[in-house]
Design a protein. Structure first.
Ligand code: GDP
Length: 551
């Protein structure tokens, strides 16, 4: 038996979520740098990002695939050097077309870092991912990135959380300077300023808060204490008694309130300028939950139908959820799994209770930014990739052979957009069928059907970009030669409103808005009433607040 390296208290499974361009990739890259897994800043620049495995992502500069990367954090001042933390970073895609992948990732992580653009504050997709994280009870900290950018405004960013997300969020740090003058960060809890002492922001030193900011820093600490006391009785008691609140007391109260989803600590930085990322990692450890701090995962016993609470415990029978299938150029098909309880050894058998098959795990891998390690055993609360599971698809439950459970499998909404694809030759038809099968296994929101009238193959999904990428992958990876029709809105019957302008509508088929709502842009028909479905453009997912009452 292998030995568990990191106790559960020192394990964090986190995701980084953001509106596109807020700096998720850059922040992730810096995290990997500071946790020692990549050795040179810029190593992942210019489209060679380590988290983005795939060609399209490189070319388009967006993150689509949900991979998981394992890193080790020793602390800002190496305070955990002897007993470091394992931080598994589950990559959550940033584009609205891939919200299903975001949701899938959100299920398997315990906490998240929401990255905001400090010049923009909360943006539409921030609202979308925020809402999804709330649905899955994911505690969050907020990193206001790009404090060096023109127009950066930390206070505005914090306010935008109050206004647009309507949440109890307050700063635990305050930036010193903004835009070109952004130079350091005040820790409001300890009332110390931290300044970088080298160019790469590797080493920092605590200094006194500049005189002109002292009053502000005290005021902001009070705001923080009040916001946390509002939702934490212990802190409220102290506060009302007018007692001095110590650093440890305040940190403990922030942790309780954050885990209870009653409070969201906000930090300031610039990933690009190498500022604030290490302190943010400390906050991940300090305020985000470990696997034992979250609610038990509810599974079902397929025989009795009874609910079973899964709590991370190595002595229990193994139960895990396959949350991502990827094809790796070197080792082939990888099944990423989150182990909820028990342990799994390489070479052993698992039961796939979703497909009712028994499969052998050939090897187990832990993926790092630039390397992978083969492990003998994966423990509860951890994440690993298995090689050898040929029949497992995303959302499948994997359990001990004699302790079968169904881990609430993901339900996927009906596709909203489709296009016809016509293979050039008979050989291409076969390649196409194979490609569709493989791609649908990776991404269950992607489907194929046959047009009953023309016999054409239709591929369907959640957005134009997703289908674009699928077609691109069919060509590149599966050598399919085909002509592709124009994207069409699927499920036309869903839109029956009579309206005259562009707007947001609830998607009525499949999921009833559960996965967000679809923005459609349309032209009125000639009578000026109703609209042509052919002109509709599915624009992605929008917050419910924007949906007018026309339904
Ligand atoms: P993502 O779409 O959220 O993954 O965002 P990226 O990390 O790809 O960043 C989008 C753009 O913003 C890139 O051009 C980055 O170089 C830039 N960027 C990221 N972080 C910062 C930052 O802290 N400051 C500034 N000025 N630009 C940044």
């Amino acid at each position: 038996m292998a030995k568990r390296e990191y106790p559960l208290e020192r394990t964090r499974n986190i995701g980084i979520m953001a509106h596109i361009d807020a700096g998720k990739t850059t922040t992730t890259e810096r995290i990997l740098y500071y946790t020692g897994k990549i050795h040179k800043i810029g190593e992942t620049h210019d489209g060679a990002s380590q988290m983005d495995f795939m060609e399209q992502e490189k070319e388009r500069g967006i993150t689509i695939q949900s991979a998981a990367t394992t890193a080790v954090w020793h602390g800002f001042f190496d305070q955990f050097a002897k007993a470091p933390y394992r931080v598994n970073i589950i990559d959550t895609p940033g584009h609205v077309d891939f919200t299903i992948e975001v949701e899938r990732a959100l299920r398997v992580l315990d906490g998240a870092v929401a990255v905001l653009d400090g010049a923009a504050g909360v943006e539409p997709q921030t609202e979308t991912v925020w809402r999804q994280a709330t649905t899955y009870d994911v505690p969050r900290i907020v990193f206001v990135n790009k404090m060096d950018k023109m127009g950066a405004d930390f206070e505005m960013s914090v306010d935008s959380m109050h206004e647009r997300l309507q949440v109890n969020a307050e700063a635990i740090q305050w930036p010193i300077g903004a835009e070109d003058d952004f130079e350091a960060v005040i820790d409001l809890i300890t009332q110390e300023a931290y300044y970088p002492v080298d160019d790469l922001g590797e080493k920092w030193e605590p200094r006194e808060i500049p005189a002109e900011l002292k009053e502000l820093a005290e005021e902001k600490r009070n705001t923080l204490v009040e916001a946390v006391a509002d939702v934490d009785d212990d802190l409220m008691e102290k506060y009302l008694e007018g007692e001095e609140i110590s650093v440890d007391e305040l940190k403990a109260a922030i942790r309780r309130a954050t885990l209870a989803l009653q409070f969201y600590p906000v930090l300031a930085g610039s990933a690009y300028k190498d500022k604030g990322v290490q302190m943010m990692l400390d906050a991940v450890v300090d305020y985000l939950p470990g696997p034992l701090d979250v609610k038990p995962y509810i599974a079902n016993d397929p025989k009795t139908g009874e609910e079973v609470d899964l709590i991370a415990d190595d002595s229990k029978p193994f139960a895990a959820l396959a949350f991502k299938i990827m094809t790796d150029p070197f080792v082939g098909r990888l099944t990423f799994m989150r182990v909820y309880t028990g342990t799994l050894q390489s070479g052993s058998y698992v039961q796939n209770t979703s497909s009712d098959t028994r499969e052998r795990v050939g090897r187990l891998l832990q993926m790092h930014a630039t390397s992978r390690t083969e492990i003998e055993e994966v423990f509860s609360g951890d994440i690993a990739a298995a090689i050898g599971l040929k029949n497992t698809t995303t959302g499948d439950s994997l359990t001990a052979v004699d302790h079968q459970l169904i881990l609430e499998s993901m339900e996927f909404p009906e596709p909203v957009i489709e296009l016809a694809i016509e293979p050039k030759t008979k050989a291409d038809q076969d390649k196409l069928s194979n490609a569709i099968q493989k791609l649908a296994e990776e991404d269950p929101s992607f489907r194929a059907t046959t047009n009953p009238e023309t016999g054409d193959t239709l591929i369907a999904g959640m957005g134009e970009l997703q289908l674009d990428i699928m077609v691109d992958r069919m060509r590149r990876e599966f050598n399919v030669e085909a002509t592709v029709g124009a994207p069409q809105v699927a499920y036309r019957e869903a839109f029956t409103q009579t309206v005259e302008a562009r707007g947001y509508f609830k998607r009525q088929s499949g999921g009833k808005g559960q996965y967000g709502d679809v923005y459609i842009e349309f032209s009125p028909n000639e009578e000026g009433a109703g609209f042509e479905f052919e002109d509709a453009i599915v624009g992605g997912v929008v917050p419910r607040e924007y949906i007018p009452s026309v339904e």
